[in-house]
Design a protein around this ligand. Structure first.
Ligand code: SF4
Length: 302
């Protein structure tokens, strides 16, 4: 992470473009939290990249004074991966929605995760496709009505936390964007973690989602770390056990919703392993720009 000598305020990390989100959108909490963290860590905005796909949440890079890439639907991760390999000094953020991440771009997720790229994926989960005016998404509760499902969806929702731990993400957490302090604390931990960090952000869409609202989430969420339900975050089995309860609230009115850090471990990141390979190559064949072609050819044809 590259830092500045002169401290900047949170507002200095905001671009001069006014957000076009609806008033009361949960995503406002995310941009506030991101800029607070950038200011607290004194990050050089010239070494930050925010990549998004398509959707309401994917507009977020526009509101930041960093490098950004508003890519195609479902393709934020491959763009971020390419940039992270090309420039390992970047603090990489992927700001993405639940449909973009777990439906249209779902095929990219396990491969970005298992290579442990050093990046931060913030999934603003509003349980629907909002930009296209209210279709059900992979995280919609069964029975939810949308503009294309007037009788309610018959699909079973996926559990993002469970899935990301299973894929092997080295930092997995959940927050609720109505609690900006909690969201800020988790973004801070994610950015400081070296490896693939994922935060599922329960982010209400007051325009289209009349079920999972701020009022709905507030009394239900509880912090698993603060309440000492989960203290050893490297314990994968315990993390999965708690993660399994993350979407119980869809069918159990009494169920609480776990937030906080579920899982965190240190593992070598992709770029460090790549550098090791480059060093080995150099020792055997010389510089990658001018290798010993005869030696390479002999070995490959032996
Ligand atoms: Fe936010 Fe929903 Fe409006 Fe999109 S439609 S900006 S998610 S409140």
């Amino acid at each position: 992470m590259k830092t500045l000598d002169v401290p900047l305020k949170a507002k200095d990390y905001r671009s001069d473009i006014e957000p076009t989100w609806c008033p009361g959108c949960g995503d406002f909490g995310v941009v506030t939290a991101i800029t607070k963290v950038m200011s607290e860590l004194n990050i050089d905005p010239d070494h930050v990249m925010a990549v998004s796909g398509i959707g309401c949440s994917s507009r977020l890079p526009l509101w930041l004074r960093t490098f950004g890439f508003h890519s195609c639907h479902g393709r934020a991760l491959p763009v971020a991966v390419g940039a992270a390999i090309a420039n390992p000094e970047l603090t990489m953020m992927v700001t993405i929605g639940d449909g973009d991440m777990f439906s249209i771009g779902a095929g990219h997720v396990p491969h970005a995760v298992r290579r442990n790229f050093d990046m931060n994926v913030f999934c603003m989960d509003n349980n629907l496709y909002a930009l296209t005016k209210n279709q059900v998404s992979p995280t919609s509760r069964e029975g939810r009505k949308g503009s294309l499902t007037p009788y309610g969806t018959i699909d079973i929702p996926i559990n993002p936390i469970d899935l990301m731990i299973t894929y092997g993400a080295t930092f997995v957490a959940q927050t609720y964007t109505g609690n900006i302090k909690h969201t800020t604390d988790l973004i801070m931990k994610a950015i400081q973690h070296k490896g693939f960090s994922f935060i599922n952000m329960l982010s209400p869409c007051p325009t289209y989602n009349k079920e999972e609202t701020f009022k709905y989430y507030k009394p239900k969420v509880y912090d698993i770390n603060e309440e000492k339900v989960h203290t050893d975050v490297s314990n994968r089995l315990k993390a999965l056990e708690i993660a399994a309860t993350a979407i119980d609230h869809f069918h159990d009115a009494e169920a609480r919703i776990p937030i906080g850090v579920f899982y965190q471990v240190d593992q070598p990141v992709f770029n460090d392993k790549l550098n090791e390979l480059k060093t080995r190559f150099k020792t055997q064949y010389g510089s990658p720009e001018k290798p010993d072609w005869n030696k390479l050819f002999d070995e490959f044809t032996a």
